[in-house]
Design a protein around this ligand. Structure first.
Ligand SMILES: Nc1nc2c(c(=O)[nH]1)N[C@H]1C(S)=C(S)[C@@H](COP(=O)(O)OP(=O)(O)OC[C@H]3O[C@@H](n4cnc5c(=O)[nH]c(N)nc54)[C@H](O)[C@@H]3O)O[C@H]1N2
Ligand SMILES: Nc1nc2c(c(=O)[nH]1)N[C@H]1C(S)=C(S)[C@@H](COP(=O)(O)OP(=O)(O)OC[C@H]3O[C@@H](n4cnc5c(=O)[nH]c(N)nc54)[C@H](O)[C@@H]3O)O[C@H]1N2
Ligand code: SF4
Ligand SMILES: [Mo]
Length: 884
């Protein structure tokens, strides 16, 4: 017998429904929820691997004060005392909370209430500042509210879907699959991808515009001017429902076609084809994500896009509208509770006296923040300068994810009092905490999240609380109570949700978009059973699927505003010899890897930090394939593997944001990112950074697999999980001078002294291989060479779980190659069935020339489908090679 619980995926903003099953032995498995309207049963590779990431390895299970285990009472009293004293002595703005779009709405609500209504400061900001704040600012400028007008279904109903600054295939995979399915059902549907890189998302695109970094404002201004010239405007909509059109279109028209070409880096024919497509296809949706938001012109990019939709009246109707794709599972929920420093609860404005008064009356609070607090980048500056003296970080890892990350680490270190609530004991941020509070993680906690299409779903508990871990909302409420405040006597998440819903309806009467008044008096049972629903649902039961088809915007005059914008200058590269650094995500890792890094399957897809670089750029710099490269900015540097590829545009390299000090020697890419922000939203520009790149001077390269977690201290190392333990990539500098490699292995892989290795050394080539066996089990295998080690990683990793009864075969490991009976599967492409690239190539050579045929032969791509774009790319590559 197994128990099934319906819950929601804790990763991306698609917000897929998950059914978690716990069997008699306590084993957990997950499946997509066929009834959930976001995914209808689908899950991507990360969602499918959720059960592999919930073990208690590395979990923070007890509160700690200064590194020592403490009682909850003691820890909470201390937090309340220090925050209280700091406020008394230095005023409310001397303390701050830095929270996260991965909190549940209930956690977020309590944190915001405590800071803005009781401590009385606006100093609560969130990692959503790094993620969605340009979209929020763009929405508020245009609509007078932070409203996402459309729904996922619009992507399926559209005849033209534009994806700009979004790698949908990897970052919103289930939505991508819905789009891909819609396109195969309606082949006339057109998809345009606007991205400097040729990403996997381009697999379903009819047009890929490899835009110059930050060329988006110019591109969409060019589009607006074109729409005006070609009479494609909806004059009636503009006249009735908007203001500011003339100024906006005059500014757009002042940019000549040549300017647009220059600044977007696109050819005249490409521009014309794109403009004509938008002009002629009415049902069009423009989706955007971090390539738009994370920019010094991020808010202008958002408004340049919205301008084009307003000008054509293509908003809030089926298959039409601008669509901001939210990143985190609860980025939207955080916005609803006012978790950003410049917002107030329930979509009210902190700048508005009446709104402040209303929220204060509702809360019955002694004070209310009078002005916006510090936005993330300014907040950590204030910490560094000693203006903020007590900081509580919850569900985010800023030492990895904030720009100028080394300065952020130093700021946190220097802060007199730092509390970190996390699920893990060791992260780059927990290292610097004075107080660690253990939080409940996914599957252990209860609450709600809101996805990109305004759909609120329950995350439900199906696992017991481990150790003494407690919910984040409970931690905040306890501290509120201990600081002597009324209004924190919540007994359950349902209590909090009810209050949040009541506030959304309080003196609303249709004046605010966010209204879930229907749930104001929700009881525990109803909350437990709550089915996914889209807001708004007012107390009277009024709902709406889309916004703004008939105007009714939230500015006082009820009209939308066209924004008059200027296009920034752009260039192909940053500086004469320099390159532009672009950062972002890969398919199978989530942010700072604290959860996905636990799964061997997910870690097999891309197992090492890397820099994608165009072949010409690599050649000019003497960077060879699979060698290491050092990427540097005035702020810091990383050492990562070179991945030479024509998908990358010239002049720009791409490095993922995921790797950190727990997984690599030096790969925190945010150490290089300057703290440059969008002037309106305060969102950091994480995608267009001036850097240099050069070969890393390695004397020796190494690779190892080990049953225990290796503890390397070399110039370069990168760790990854495998089925039976760990894999590690290594490089040594000439100055490392290691004479006794056996002793080095014993230290690094924690090997018992009595175990003698099998070994092979070639003095000519410098190759060295050592394998350590304990009976029939391989404990560690180490490969060293002067060139990047050419051993099959997946084969070596598999040897950790194999039984090595045949003594002669053990020598195959030292030989560094699979036996004839064990073909090398190659790097993982399909995480669900662990199918490697070599197995897929073999199937293609055997005549499987479609993704379906490869799936039938190998299972690859037949579960979650996240790798189908990659399989299709491999097929194209093989067929092209065969044709040559
Ligand atoms: N696998 C995975 N999925 C995730 C996450 C994860 O960590 N891993 N995180 C989630 C979160 S929080 C977020 S915010 C989303 C982010 O989702 P996305 O925004 O789709 O992801 P990114 O890789 O950050 O960036 C998207 C693309 O923007 C492009 N880009 C860079 N500069 C420009 C530019 O100037 N103009 C244009 N048009 N494009 C540009 C980049 O090349 C990149 O391909 O993903 C969510 N989903
Ligand atoms: N260069 C560059 N930098 C970026 C980006 C980029 O594209 N490029 N993207 C930015 C974006 S969009 C985002 S969203 C951020 C993400 O960056 P972060 O928020 O820093 O990344 P996460 O790894 O998701 O951090 C979540 C932390 O919360 C912990 N945690 C997990 N569940 C819980 C819980 O239930 N309670 C508590 N208390 N803790 C929990 C995890 O262990 C982890 O330490 O990074 C930003 N930084
Ligand atoms: S697309 Fe994947 S990561 Fe995003 S919510 Fe769905 S299963 Fe989770
Ligand atoms: Mo994000």
């Amino acid at each position: 017998m197994s128990i099934e619980t319906k819950t929601t995926c804790p990763y991306c903003g698609v917000g897929c429904g998950v059914i978690a099953k716990v069997d008699d032995t306590g084993k957990v498995s997950v499946a997509g929820d066929p009834d959930h309207p976001a995914n209808f049963g689908r899950l991507c590779s990360k969602g499918s691997a959720l059960a592999e990431t919930i073990d208690l390895d590395g979990r923070l299970l007890f509160p700690e004060i200064a590194g020592e285990r403490a009682e909850w009472d003691e820890a909470l009293d201390l937090v309340a005392k220090r925050f209280g004293e700091t406020v008394t002595e230095h005023g409310p703005d001397s303390v701050a909370f830095y929270v996260s779009g991965q909190l549940l709405t209930e956690d977020y609500y309590v944190a915001n209430k405590l800071m803005k209504g009781f401590i009385g400061s606006g100093n609560i900001d969130t990692n959503s500042r790094l993620c969605m704040s340009s979209s929020v600012a763009g929405h508020r400028r245009a609509f007078g509210s932070d409203t996402v007008p459309g729904t996922y279904e619009d992507l399926e109903l559209a005849d033209l879907v534009i994806l700009t600054g979004s790698n949908l295939a990897w970052c919103h995979p289930v939505l991508y699959q819905r789009l891909a399915a819609a396109k195969s059902a309606r082949p006339f549907m057109k998809i345009v991808v606007i991205d400097p890189r040729r990403t996997m998302t381009c697999d379903i695109a009819d047009m890929h515009l490899a835009i110059r970094p930050d060329g988006d404002v110019a591109l969409f201004m060019g589009l607006l001017a074109h729409l005006a010239e070609s009479n494609a405007l909806d004059r009636a909509y503009i006249a009735t429902h908007t203001t500011g059109f003339e100024n906006a279109v005059t500014a757009a028209a002042s940019l000549s076609f040549d300017d647009v070409m220059e600044r977007s880096g696109l050819a005249a024919e490409q521009l014309r084809a794109f403009f004509r497509l938008f002009e002629t296809v009415e049902k069009s949706v423009t989706c955007y994500s971090q390539g738009v938001n994370q920019s010094a012109s991020g808010t202008d990019k958002v408004n340049a896009i919205i301008n084009c939709h307003l000008a054509t009246g293509r908003i809030g109707r089926p298959g039409m509208g601008p669509f901001s794709l939210t990143g985190q599972p609860n980025a939207m929920g955080g916005r609803e509770v006012g978790g950003l420093a410049n917002m107030l609860a329930a979509h009210m404005a902190i700048e508005d006296r009446q709104d402040r008064d209303r929220v204060q009356r509702f809360w019955g609070s002694p004070v209310i923040a009078e002005r916006p607090g510090l936005k993330a980048v300014d907040m950590f500056r204030a910490v560094a300068e000693g203006r903020i003296k007590a900081l509580w970080i919850m569900a985010t890892n800023p030492v990895v994810s904030m720009p100028d990350a080394d300065a952020v680490a130093a700021a946190i270190k220097s802060c007199p009092f730092v509390v970190v609530s996390d699920v893990l004991r060791e992260t780059d941020t927990t290292r610097h905490a004075d107080i660690l509070l253990p939080s409940l993680g996914w599957g252990e906690k209860d609450g709600t999240v809101t996805n990109s299409e305004r759909r609120i779903s329950r995350q439900r508990r199906f696992l017991p609380a481990p150790g003494e871990a407690k919910a984040d909302w409970w931690q905040m409420a306890e501290v509120g109570r201990r600081m002597g405040f009324q209004g924190f006597d919540f007994r359950s998440p349902a209590d909090i949700f009810g209050e949040h819903a009541a506030l959304s309806a309080f003196e609303n009467e249709g004046s605010r978009d966010f209204d879930i008044g229907a749930f104001s008096r929700i009881d525990g049972d109803t909350y437990q059973d709550l089915a996914p629903f889209q807001w708004p649902v007012s107390r009277e039961g009024t709902t709406r699927t889309r916004f703004f088809a008939d105007g009714d915007f939230y500015h006082p005059d009820g009209k939308a505003r066209f924004m008059t914008i200027q296009a920034p200058e752009t260039s192909r590269t940053n500086g004469r010899f320099g390159l532009t650094l672009n950062t972002g995500r890969i398919r199978d890792q989530w942010h700072t890897m604290t959860r996905t890094g636990k799964s061997a399957r997910l870690s097999g897809h891309m197992a090492e930090p890397f820099a994608e670089i165009h072949p010409r750029d690599a050649m000019e710099r003497g960077i060879r394939s699979a060698a290491l490269v050092e990427v540097e900015s005035p702020h810091g540097s990383v050492v990562v593997r070179a991945l030479i590829t024509e998908r990358q545009a010239r002049g720009s390299i791409f490095v993922p944001m995921h790797w950190n000090d727990q997984f690599a020697a030096k790969a925190r890419i945010d150490a290089l990112v300057p703290a440059v922000t969008d002037p309106v939203s305060g969102q950091p520009a994480s995608k267009n950074i001036a850097i240099t790149a050069r070969p890393f001077d390695a004397a020796l390269y190494g690779f190892a697999v080990s049953a225990t977690k290796p503890a390397a201290e070399t110039a370069y190392w990168a760790l990854g999980r495998t089925e039976g333990g760990w894999r590690i990539e290594l490089a040594f500098k000439a100055t490392d001078r290691i004479d006794d490699w056996i002793a080095w292995c014993r230290r690094t892989f924690a090997l018992p002294i009595e175990i003698e290795p099998l070994g092979y050394a070639d003095h000519e080539t410098g190759d060295l291989r050592l394998a350590f066996f304990d009976g029939e089990r391989l404990l560690a295998a180490f490969f060293l060479a002067r060139e990047p080690v050419a051993v099959s990683r997946s084969w070596a990793a598999a040897e950790l779980t194999a039984v090595h009864s045949d003594l002669r075969k053990r020598f195959l490991i030292v030989a560094g190659r699979p036996g004839a009976d064990q073909p090398d599967p190659g790097a993982t492409v399909c995480s669900c069935f662990s199918v490697g690239v070599n197995s897929i190539v073999a199937a293609i050579r055997n005549g499987c020339h479609s993704v379906e045929a490869v799936g039938a032969a190998t299972n690859a791509g037949t579960n979650c489908g996240s790798c189908r774009a990659e399989i299709s790319g491999i097929i194209d590559g093989c067929l092209a090679a065969a044709a040559e």
